[in-house]
Every structure is written in C-alpha cells, then in structure tokens.
Design a protein around this ligand. Structure first.
Ligand SMILES: Nc1ncnc2c1ncn2[C@@H]1O[C@H](COP(=O)(O)OP(=O)(O)O)[C@@H](O)[C@H]1O
Ligand SMILES: [Mg+2]
Length: 247
C-alpha cells in the first residue's frame, strides 16, 4: 500500500478526568471515502479537531503525507494539504460569492495583501473561481452576496472555499446538519463529484448518507475505535450495534 496521506498514531485527549480520545490510530489513503461514526459524545469532533490543529492532543501524533504535523499550526497544516469546511459564520455575508472564492485562491497563492488592488491582474484565478462555482452548481449565484443564498447553498460555498485550497485531505464535520430536506440533494451531488484522488473524511449521523458515500467506516465509541471496515462489515458488527443501543 502507498504512503498514507493522513495518519494518526495513538492519539489521546484528556480534559481533566475525562478521556475523550483513546489511542486512536487511523490511516487514510488518496481517494478514500471514510465515514467516522459513533454515538453523541463519542469524541468524533475532538478527533477531527486534533487532526486539523484546533485541539492539541495529550499524547500521540498526527501525520500528513509522511510528515509529523502534531506541533504545526492550523495554517501550516492547510498548506500541507489539509482542509476542513469552514463554519458558516466565517463567510462574509455581504461579499459576493465569487469574491469569497477568489480571496481563498489568493490566500493559497500567497497573494493576500494584494487582493483588492490586483484581482483584475489575475484572470486565471478568477476563471478558477468561476470553474469551482460551476462545478458545485453555484454558477448562477456567483455575483450574489452570500447572505442571500439558501442555507444549503451557503454550505456549498464553504465547500468551494475548502476545495480552493487544492487539499489532499478534506475533513467534513456533519456537512448536512441543518440543511433542509429539499436542499440536501445538491449537497449530496457535490459530495459525489469531489475529486477522485482527494481523501475525504466525513462525520455524519444520517446512516443513509454514510452507507451511500463511504467505502470505509470507522466507529468511535467512548473515544476509542471499536470497528474499522467496509460498510458491509460495519453493518453486521455486533459491537457497533451494541454501541448504538439506547441512542
Ligand atoms: N473543550 C472541552 N472541554 C471539556 N470537555 C470537552 C471539550 N470538548 C469536548 N468535550 C467532551 O468530550 C466528549 C466528546 O465530545 P465530541 O468530540 O464533541 O463528541 P462527538 O463529536 O462524537 O459528539 C464529550 O463528552 C464532550 O463533552
Ligand atoms: Mg461532533
């Protein structure tokens, strides 16, 4: 097997007496479609936060493409190819969608300071932004202020901002949360159309989506990995059923 694009080695996180992740060792390869599932409070978000760098592990390490990034900042991990969806609140409500994506592209290219002065001098980046928005079905809204988009469309903008970084690994923490039923199909289509070589880790409660999207499922319970396998293996696993009893 080739070198993992993402790896965690025996990640432990404690908050005082609370042991939130326990010896979590995971590997992801290019092109993986991995769902991380588990009951509420299992430690899924805390694990993803340790991978992205917003939470410091108590012990253990995080590796990106063979490099130990445990001590790296979030921004350094982004530059090493790790992206997660931004929270809605980080979108600038009045800024046109196309401008937001261009800004992310400028950041990727290290051009941030020059943005407002020189956007017109970089037609390739403007075209790339239009291409991304088109790919996500947002082409018709490129000139709209983000606040005028429907909630599900705003989540698509977040996805565009993450993809603008050309990541190798994409972390999605409950991308469907709060998206009205009628808007879900577009988000699903966007997930299906993600670049094939991208490694995608998704946290999701909707088991229909999990079993449709994932080719591998990792189950976390009380901070520990209790199962790691194909959807068929996970479906039939008695430990997984037991972990969900009472939910
Ligand atoms: N900053 C924190 N301080 C103390 N406890 C926390 C903190 N963050 C998360 N926890 C606790 O860790 C456990 C796992 O939380 P979380 O990772 O959000 O679970 P999940 O995403 O699987 O629902 C919960 O019991 C939660 O209360
Ligand atoms: Mg969570």
């Amino acid at each position: 097997m080739s070198r993992p694009v993402l790896e965690t080695r025996t990640l432990d996180k404690r908050y005082g007496g609370l042991h939130v992740t326990r010896q979590v060792s995971l590997q992801m390869q290019a092109g993986d479609r991995l769902a991380l599932i588990g009951p509420n409070g299992a430690g899924k978000t805390t694990l993803v936060n340790q991978i992205s760098g917003t939470v410091t592990p108590t012990s253990g390490s995080v590796w990106l493409a063979g490099e130990d990034v445990t001590r790296r900042t979030q921004a350094q991990r982004v530059r090493a190819g790790l992206a997660r969806t931004f929270q809605i609140t980080t979108l600038a409500p009045h800024l046109p969608v196309q401008r937001q994506v261009e800004l992310a592209l400028f950041e990727r290219e290290g051009l941030t300071g020059a943005f407002w002065r020189s956007i017109d001098a970089y037609p390739a980046l403007a075209a790339e932004a239009r291409g991304l928005l088109g790919q996500l079905g947002l082409g018709a809204h490129a000139g709209w202020p983000t606040e005028r988009l429907a909630y599900g469309e705003q989540r698509l903008v977040e996805l565009a901002l993450a993809l603008a970084l050309r990541p190798r690994v994409l972390l999605l923490d409950e991308p469907m949360a709060g998206v009205p039923q009628g808007e879900g199909a577009r988000l699903l289509a966007a997930l299906d159309a993600l670049p094939p070589a991208l490694a995608v880790l998704i946290i999701e409660h909707d088991m229909g989506l999990v079993f449709r999207f994932a080719r591998r499922i990792v189950v976390l319970a009380e901070g520990a990995v209790i199962a790691d396998g194909t959807p068929d293996e996970i479906r039939g696993d008695p430990r997984v059923r037991a972990a969900y009893l009472g939910q």
